[in-house]
Design a protein around this ligand. Structure first.
Ligand SMILES: Nc1ncnc2c1ncn2[C@@H]1O[C@H](COP(=O)(O)OP(=O)(O)O)[C@@H](O)[C@H]1O
Ligand SMILES: [Mg+2]
Length: 256
């Protein structure tokens, strides 16, 4: 039987007496890369937090492999935009990655090898002994991603992870992420407010509407991205299908 990695079944979320997410349903398949876009304040972070079990829905259910999610789990890793706050400044790169292993109570004897492996995966082997302040923003974000990989999660939740980086660094991290997600068979939900980033990385894009009102669902659109893999910063973005999707999503997002 086919199992989905994540299911949202009529999930609604109220916070502070307001409806942040109106009933929303979708499924994420194992190995799928799903991007979530929408204007600031539309509930992207809230949706991701619900998927990770940090927020309990007011209605409906979030489940993973058919099991309702009752709270945070080590199976789900969360990458925050603000790498500066996600990393401990007094710990070296390897000691920051080690946090995930300490939390999972991985025996000390096994930690070094796992840390070395994930640092190699994100290209930071040469910087294992440095402190976050000695690294560029892009490298710090790689450390956070390495820490998530060390957790060996089934699902990766990424909340605008490249939003604070310059354009060149962002593009190289997009390509690195796409490669390692494919290599490791990870399932990803990736929030961004950048349309092109969503199409470039996603197998599918979910667009949320700003300010859902009664009767208007949060989910504005769900589009498959049938662009060939591996993607390429030049050719993918010149592909007629890329331009068509960009135009369609642009319209859904309310730039009428
Ligand atoms: N804990 C909370 N209590 C009350 N309101 C919240 C809380 N968290 C988020 N919100 C509100 O929910 C809305 C959606 O927030 P968020 O999910 O962070 O949006 P996005 O990530 O799309 O910018 C915002 O209006 C925000 O102020
Ligand atoms: Mg947000």
């Amino acid at each position: 039987m086919f199992e989905s990695a994540l299911d949202f079944d009529e999930v609604s979320i109220h916070l502070g007496g307001r409806e942040i997410l109106s009933p929303t349903s979708f499924s994420v398949k194992p190995g799928e890369f799903v991007c979530v876009i929408g204007p600031s304040g539309c509930g992207k972070t809230t949706l991701l937090r619900a998927a990770a079990g940090f927020v309990t829905p007011s209605g409906g259910q979030v489940s993973r492999k058919g099991q309702a999610i009752m709270g945070p789990s080590r199976e789900v890793a969360f990458v925050f935009q603000d790498y500066g706050r996600a990393l401990l400044p007094w710990r070296t790169v390897q000691a920051n990655v080690s946090l995930a292993l300490e939390a999972a109570q991985v025996p000390a004897a096994q930690r070094q090898a796992r840390i070395a492996r994930v640092l190699e995966t994100v290209g930071l082997s040469a910087h294992a002994g440095k402190f976050p302040a000695q690294l560029s923003g892009g490298m710090q974000q790689r450390v956070q991603i390495a820490r998530c990989l060390a957790q060996e999660p089934a699902l990766m939740m990424m909340d605008e992870p490249f939003g604070a980086l310059d354009a060149m660094t962002r593009e190289s991290l997009q390509d690195e992420l796409a490669r390692l997600v494919r290599e490791q068979g990870l399932t990803v939900m990736f929030v961004t407010h950048d349309l092109e980033e969503a199409i470039y990385l996603g197998d599918r894009v979910i667009a949320l509407r700003a300010n859902p009102t009664a009767g208007e669902p949060s989910l504005a659109a769900m589009l498959d991205v049938p662009l060939p893999q591996p993607r390429n910063q030049l050719t993918t973005k010149e592909h007629p299908e890329f331009l068509r999707l960009r135009r369609e999503l642009y319209q859904y997002l309310g730039h009428h």
